[in-house]
Design a protein around this ligand. Structure first.
Ligand code: B12
Length: 214
C-alpha cells in the first residue's frame, strides 16, 4: 500500500530533483514489502503523469522533467533488482520503442516487470529504426515482441513497423502499449492476426495467462 502522504512526499522530492530522498522513500516501501507493481504504477507512473501535467501547464521546467525522468529510470532498475524471478520461463521477449519515439520509461518498466516474472528480455529502448527492430527479432529468435508508442505523431511509424513484422514474421505475437493509443485500439489492430494492445501491467498479466506463459 502506498499512502497519499508517501506519494506526495515522493512527488515533491522528485520535482526537487532530490534523488537521495526518492531512493530513501522507495527503500522504505521495499522494506515494507510493497509490491513491485504498486511501486511501478502507483508511485513511478502516477508521479510521472503528474510531472507531465505540470510541464504542460508551465508549472515545472523541461530540466525538472528531465531530472525526474532520469531519477525514475534508475529507480525502475533498482526496484527490479530486488525481485529475482522464482523460476525461468523459457520464452524470449524483445521490448522496443518505434523509430523517433523518445519515451522509453513505460517500455523499461514493462521489460523489467517481465524479467521479474522469469522471461528472457532484451530491452532495446527508445528511437529504434524499423530495420533494426526486424533484425533483433530474428537474431534473438523472439517469441514475443513488445512495442511502445507514446507520442501520437509516431503512429504512422507504428503501422509501418506492424506491417513489416506481419510480413516477415507472420506468427510472431506482438504486443503494443503506450499513451498514443488510448482509444479505438480494437479497431486499429483488428486487421492484424497477432497484435494486441495492452494498456497496463494488469492487462499484460491477462494476456500472458491467456497464452499460458505463466
Ligand atoms: C518524460 C516525458 C518525456 C521525455 C521522455 C524521456 C524518456 N527517457 O522516456 C522526453 C523529454 C524525451 C519527452 C519528449 C516529448 N514529449 Co513527453 N512526456 C514525458 C512524460 C512527462 C512522462 C512519460 C513517462 O515516463 N510516463 C510514465 C510511464 C511509466 O507511463 P507510460 O509510458 O504510459 O507506460 C505505461 C503504459 O502506457 C504501458 N506501456 C507503455 N509502453 C508499453 C509497451 C508495451 C509493449 C506494453 C505491453 C505496455 C506499455 O505500460 C506502462 C506501465 O504501466 C509524459 C507525461 C505522461 N502522461 O506520461 C509526457 C508525454 C508522453 N510527452 C508528450 C509530448 C507531447 C512530448 C513531445 C512532443 C514534447 C515536445 N514538444 O518536444 C516530445 C516527443 C518526443 C518523441 N518524439 O517521442 C505528451 C504525449 C501526447 C501524445 N500522446 O502524443 C505527454 C503525454 C505529455 C502531455 N501531457 O502532453 N517526453
Amino acid at each position: 500500500m502506498i499512502t497519499e502522504a508517501t506519494f506526495l512526499h515522493y512527488l515533491n522530492s522528485l520535482l526537487d530533483g532530490d534523488k537521495k530522498q526518492c531512493y530513501s522513500i522507495v527503500d522504505n516501501l521495499i522494506a515494507n514489502k510493497t509490491s513491485l507493481r504498486d511501486i511501478f504504477v502507483k508511485l513511478f507512473q502516477r508521479s510521472m503523469y503528474r510531472v507531465g501535467q505540470m510541464w504542460e501547464n508551465d508549472r515545472c521546467s523541461v530540466a525538472d522533467e528531465h531530472i525526474a525522468t532520469k531519477i525514475t529510470e534508475g529507480l525502475v532498475d533498482y526496484v527490479a533488482s530486488h525481485h529475482t524471478a522464482i523460476k525461468d520461463i523459457n520464452k524470449i521477449i524483445v521490448i522496443t520503442c518505434i523509430d523517433k519515439e523518445f519515451h522509453e520509461l513505460g517500455a523499461r518498466m514493462v521489460a523489467c516487470y517481465l524479467e521479474t516474472l522469469g522471461y528472457k528480455v532484451f530491452f532495446v529502448g527508445s528511437n529504434t529504426p524499423q530495420n533494426e527492430v526486424l533484425k533483433i527479432i530474428k537474431e534473438k529468435q523472439a517469441d514475443i515482441v513488445g512495442i511502445s508508442n507514446n507520442f501520437y505523431l509516431n503512429f504512422t511509424r507504428l503501422v509501418a513497423l506492424l506491417n513489416a513484422i506481419q510480413n516477415e514474421f507472420p506468427d510472431l505475437r506482438t504486443i503494443v502499449g503506450g499513451q498514443a493509443l488510448a482509444e479505438g485500439t480494437d479497431d486499429i489492430f483488428k486487421e492484424y492476426k497477432n497484435v494486441k494492445y495492452i494498456c497496463s501491467l494488469d492487462s499484460l498479466d491477462e494476456y500472458l495467462a491467456l497464452h499460458n506463459h505463466h
